[in-house]
Write a protein that binds this ligand. Structure first.
Ligand code: ADP
Ligand code: MG
Length: 319
């Protein structure tokens, strides 16, 4: 495994206003997530806004410090890594952010923005630094004439390409892309997705690809995890998840995706196709906390039921 996350939690204190800023409990933004990623693999992470995707992403890269858990990257727990070793490790771990308007410093030139990771890790001559930046810019479809220009001069798609160039300049091994195309027009989205796929081939990258839209990850990710209220509620190969969603929340996400074929649409909306019992949708066996079980090989779903019960059920309706 390239990345193995175990029991990751990030809890934020809830502060009520007022002079004393009383703390009123904790907000469980990420609440016990296990997720593994193989070398060269793309894992999609989907869920609606506020489900904890960005907090999870930032926690595994230690951009924020998680509350609990372990994050093994190439066998080393990043959360206990000494500062200097973590600094070196960062070369292999990069992030692409959702908002290409907010994530690029408006006062820096494209050259300085893209060179920033280089500057942190290497001491290069001016010429070599410039050459390295020009070369990665070309790789993401941008010419060297933009080196001395500023972010505001570019469109959303171009800015995201600049952000991608910055993430790629150190030739990372794992890239966490947090909704990298959500802020872009649909036509531009496809081009940026294509670029990401292309870069993956060239650099043998692994992606953790975050989206709130399942249709984006269906063809892009090998496996997809669905996050709901800080927990993973379903995980499977993307096409299986798409064809045979088991968790009601996954099915709800899917029903929000436009389906061109009316027959498929009808099938999808049929109530009770899989009659599972989950929190918070129902209260079957609320005495037991829901947990991920392997409903079919490599297909995990959060459930109160026991494996034997689950295996009997999905076959009834979904075939
Ligand atoms: P997503 O990326 O899926 O939209 P986030 O990870 O951004 O979700 O947020 C998950 C939850 O954690 C939200 O309810 C959000 O309000 C809360 N949250 C995120 N960052 C902080 C923070 N720094 N302090 C307090 N609460 C936060
Ligand atoms: Mg987010």
């Amino acid at each position: 495994m390239l990345l193995e996350v175990k029991g990751l939690k990030k809890h934020f204190p809830i502060n009520k206003g007022g002079f004393w800023k009383r703390q009123e409990g904790m907000h469980l933004a990420v609440d016990g997530v296990d997720l593994a990623l193989r070398e060269g693999e793309t894992v999609g992470l989907v869920g609606e806004s506020g489900s904890g995707k960005s907090t999870f992403a930032r926690s595994i890269l230690r951009l924020i410090e998680p509350t609990a858990g372990e994050v093994y990257f190439q066998g080393k727990n990043l959360l206990t890594l000494p500062k200097e070793e973590m600094r070196r490790m960062r070369q292999k771990l990069q992030m692409i952010f959702q908002d290409p308007y907010a994530s690029l410093n408006p006062r820096m030139t494209v050259l300085d923005i893209v060179a920033e990771p280089l500057d942190i890790h290497f001491k290069l001559s001016r010429q070599e630094r410039r050459d390295r930046v020009a070369s990665i810019l070309q790789r993401v479809g941008l010419g060297p004439s933009i080196l001395n220009r500023y972010p505001h001069e570019f469109s959303g798609g171009q800015r995201q390409r600049i952000g991608i160039a910055r993430a790629m300049i150190l030739h990372p091994e794992l890239v966490v892309a947090d909704e990298p195309v959500s802020a872009l027009d649909v036509s531009v989205q496809a081009q940026v997705m294509e670029l990401l796929a292309d870069l993956q081939e060239t650099f043998h990258l692994s992606y953790l690809f975050i989206a709130h839209d399942l249709s984006l990850v269906e063809s892009f990710a090998d496996r997809t995890a669905v996050m709901y209220l800080g927990k993973i509620v379903e995980l499977a190969e993307s096409d299986i998840l798409y064809k045979r969603p088991l968790h009601p929340y996954t099915r709800e996400l899917l029903s929000a995706v436009p389906v061109p074929d009316p027959r498929l649409r009808k099938k999808r909306e049929q109530p009770g196709t899989v009659d599972f019992s989950f929190t918070p949708y129902c209260n079957h066996r609320q005495d037991e906390a829901p947990h991920l079980i392997e409903a079919e090989p490599e297909h995990f779903v959060s459930c109160h039921l026991r494996p034997a019960e689950i295996r009997r059920r999905p076959r009834e309706g979904v075939s």
